[in-house]
Design a binder for this molecule. Structure first.
Ligand code: ZN
Length: 209
């Protein structure tokens, strides 16, 4: 077991009610992309997904949506799901609760979704209790680690492959930092899944209100 998967003891120290995978016996995985949309990377992800006819879920940073509304529109046009990743990609353990909630609301003005993923994987009991009234909080089954410059491209691929089970939620990034490793690992990961009989699901991001 390594850091890039989310074993039971990691889940146990987090607040209750977070989503670490989708309960299913079907061979279905959920690809997610964090930190976009940015013109240098997001369209590249979209072209890879289109090539394999795969839908995914994008957790968007509000500030990026503000800067690149045309790239955000591409996500919607291609039929992907969208989720809230705060306005400035803030850390819950270092932000007071009211500022954090207004960050989420500021992002919500642009990204209409009932899905939320906390930046840096940081969340507190108090914040999760409040946000769960309005959002499904989507964590992960496995991180590819594509953002980590210390990892090789093949290690990122292996992190995703080795942690793939029915209902796994896999994290990649549409960010400049991750681009090189993501661009290599993503198509190979999709091909691995297809060869092993997996299909790809996206979360339902319709706002419940
Ligand atoms: Zn992030």
């Amino acid at each position: 077991m390594n850091f890039y998967s989310a074993p039971f003891w990691i889940r146990a120290i987090y607040p209750q009610g977070l989503i670490w995978g989708v309960p299913t016996k079907q061979r279905e995985v959920f690809l997610t992309f964090d930190d976009g949309p940015v013109p240098e990377v997001t369209p590249l992800v979209l072209s890879i997904l289109k090539k394999y006819n795969v839908k995914a879920t994008f957790f968007c940073v509000g500030e990026n949506v503000d800067k690149h509304p045309e790239v955000f529109d591409l996500l919607l046009k291609d039929g992907h799901a969208i989720g809230n990743h705060t306005y400035h990609h803030v850390k819950a353990w270092k932000t007071d609760i009211n500022s954090y909630l207004s960050e989420v609301e500021q992002c919500n003005q642009l990204v209409k979704s009932n899905l939320f993923r906390p930046p840096h994987g940081q969340i507190t009991r108090k914040i999760s209790k409040i946000l769960r009234k309005e959002y499904r909080i989507i964590m992960w089954s496995a991180l590819s680690g594509d953002y980590d410059k210390k990892l090789s491209k093949d290690q990122c691929l292996a992190n995703a492959v080795n942690n793939t089970r029915p209902g796994s939620v896999i994290v990649f990034h549409d960010s400049m930092k991750a681009r090189e490793r993501m661009e290599y690992a993503l198509p190979l990961y999709i091909e691995y899944c297809m060869k092993n009989g997996y299909t790809f699901g996206k979360f339902d991001s319709l706002k419940m209100q």
